[in-house]
Design a protein around this ligand. Structure first.
Ligand code: CA
Length: 223
């Protein structure tokens, strides 16, 4: 899952980015409202974290602009103020949730997970298909009784496949949700990662879960 963080305070932005990357999310950072709006309008994100106090256009205006442009991505607003008017303005502008600064990273993460689940059919923290299970909190995977060790990117790929079961995913769509802005989509890296993931989850099992759709991409399904 790919997240955009719009925050001008470098220390805070880096703290959020590092924490989210450790949790296997692909993260881009925009340091002002204008850049944030541009990135949100032209790139694909699964979630946007927006600080209210930004140079140029502030978080409220940014959120209103994205909603007016029909960008449906869930927005988590960060506010330094705890007044009711701010919370109301945040939610009225089109944000889905807000968090008051300073906050513990664990709370930010819980809200991020909750907002990402809202957009997905899967409401549980454990994602499953056939006898494969993925715990989205501990990042541990299991097929039948076999525990599977995943690298950060393999985890991100598997989570994305599981959240989009039965949907054919093109390489472009996969790269847009799993890799950040600096990823070069011209490479065959996605195929390499998928081949590694297949070795881990499908090899040795009769029933394959990742299927190639020739000329299009990949799909995760039971048959
Ligand atoms: Ca700020």
């Amino acid at each position: 899952m790919r997240i955009l963080v719009v925050e001008d305070e470098k220390k805070v932005a880096r703290f959020i980015q590092q924490g989210l990357e450790e949790e296997r999310y692909a993260v881009d950072v925009a340091q002002d409202g204008e850049r944030g709006a541009l990135m949100a309008e032209t790139q694909i994100y699964d979630l946007i974290v927006v600080d209210v106090m930004l140079p140029g256009i502030n978080g409220f205006e940014l959120t209103r602009r994205l909603r007016a442009a029909r960008v449906p991505t869930p927005i988590l607003m960060l506010t330094a103020k705890t007044t009711t008017e701010d919370k109301v303005e945040g939610l009225d502008s089109g944000a889905d949730d807000y968090l008051t600064k300073p906050f513990a990273f664990a709370e930010l993460l819980a809200r991020v997970r909750s907002l990402l689940r809202r957009g997905s059919l899967e409401k549980s923290t454990t994602l499953t298909i056939a006898n494969l299970e993925l715990d989205t909190i501990t990042h541990k995977a299991k097929r039948g009784t076999r525990a599977i060790d995943l690298t950060a990117k393999e985890y991100a790929l598997l989570e994305y496949f599981l959240r989009n079961k039965d949907r054919v995913l093109s390489r472009t769509i996969i790269s847009e949700h799993i890799w950040d802005y600096n990823f070069d989509t011209g490479t065959n890296l996605i195929d390499v990662y998928i081949s590694h993931l297949r070795n881990k989850i499908d090899s040795g099992f009769d029933r394959k879960l990742i299927h190639t759709v020739r000329g299009v991409g990949y799909v995760m399904r039971e048959e």
